[in-house]
Design a protein around this ligand. Structure first.
Ligand code: DAH
Length: 343
């Protein structure tokens, strides 16, 4: 045992590492589970009691010498190896990692939020898993409205129980939460993900994104709404953009309208993006129905407001002429990389 200890000790003293892996190899050889020093410790258990003191000390010193040597080599190893210049060149620039790009839906969402933030709107978010009250009832949907059917809405709890839990079908539910919780006047923009029980195709998806807007104060008029939407459209699609409003119906607004912007591809001449009409539909809007204000405890005699909602994917499709909605969800790098310059 004595000779073996001296032999290893000499080896430790003379050991030199030429490359980083030599240090690890030496550690395994001496101190690994099946290493030489480890084996000596096993052998130590079997030696005569009177020799234990002497060999115990020697063995501990040997183990310490090996550990110190490894530590010392590790600490100085890179410098020593680099100064030899053989193994690798530390001054060589690394390989650049490819940068990711922002998703087109995120780019457009931030653009919309930024435009309204400049007009003084706050940003609010609400839960994606909602109850019937916030998605339908407080928004003046009658109990038998078709949007509440299973073929349109994903229910989390039994649809026939009172106030079932469901995945929100629009971000209008966040309007209700804002009216319940925020101090008047309210000027807020609510981006988020919504869910509808739709078959997936180029033009429809069961998950998509919307931005909801809401403005409630004393004396808010339809003219205020028209001006806010016109300013938004010009920021988003360019300063020459025109808008037009068509009468429409939503349970939560009265009167309601759908808004088209002049086609920014053909500038009104008619092309295949606007299907020859010169106009592109971008959002729904209207004056908040008095019943909706009342449901959230706001006095409709004193206050009025407007609301609007738009699909983010739809705006992005118009902006970049994306023809198939499924592109937004498939994470195909060839598609996503097209937006690299928009970081
Ligand atoms: N919630 C409607 C939808 O999902 C969009 C909408 C229309 C929101 C009119 C509004 C509005 O706030 O006033 O299609």
């Amino acid at each position: 045992m004595k000779e073996k200890i001296e032999e290893i000790l000499a080896e430790i003293e003379n050991f030199k590492a030429a490359k980083a892996s030599d240090i690890e190899d030496a550690r395994v050889k001496w101190l690994g589970k099946k290493g030489e020093i480890t084996a000596l410790f096993d052998e130590f258990r079997t030696i005569a009691p009177e020799s234990k003191r002497e060999f115990g000390q020697k063995l501990n010193l040997l183990k310490k010498a090996a550990t110190d040597k490894i530590e010392q080599l590790k600490a100085s190893g890179l410098d020593a190896i680099a100064s030899k210049g053989a193994a690798f060149d530390l001054t060589k620039p690394g390989d650049a990692l490819p940068l990711g790009s922002r998703h087109p839906v995120s780019i457009v969402r931030e653009e919309i939020v930024e435009i309204f933030r400049k007009f003084g709107y706050d940003v609010a978010e609400g839960p994606e898993v909602e109850d019937d009250y916030h998605v339908f009832e407080a928004l003046n949907f009658p109990p038998d409205h078709p949007a509440r059917e299973m073929q349109d809405t994903f229910f989390v709890t039994d649809k026939d129980q009172s106030n079932p839990i469901l995945l929100r079908t629009h971000t209008s539910s966040v309007q209700v939460r804002c009216m319940e919780n925020m101090k008047l006047p309210i000027r807020v923009i609510c981006p988020g993900r919504v869910f509808r029980n739709e078959a997936i195709s180029a033009r429809a998806h069961c998950i998509f994104h919307q931005v909801e807007g809401l403005y409630v104060d004393e004396g808010v008029t339809f003219a205020d709404m028209k001006q806010a939407i016109l300013l938004f459209a010009r920021e988003m699609f360019g300063p020459d953009t025109q808008i037009r409003m068509r009468p429409s119906y939503f349970p939560f607004t009265e009167p309601s309208a759908e808004v088209d912007v002049s086609c920014n591809i053909c500038h009104g001449k008619g092309c295949n993006i606007c299907k020859g009409t010169g106009w592109l539909e971008i959002l729904g809007c209207g004056m908040v129905d008095p019943n909706v204000l009342k449901a959230s405890g706001i006095d409709p005699q004193k206050y009025s407001g407007f609301a609007f909602g738009m699909g983010i994917e739809r705006i992005a499709m118009l902006k970049w002429q994306v023809k198939d909605l499924r592109n937004y969800f498939e994470n195909d790098l060839r598609f996503l990389k097209e937006f690299e310059t928009n970081i």
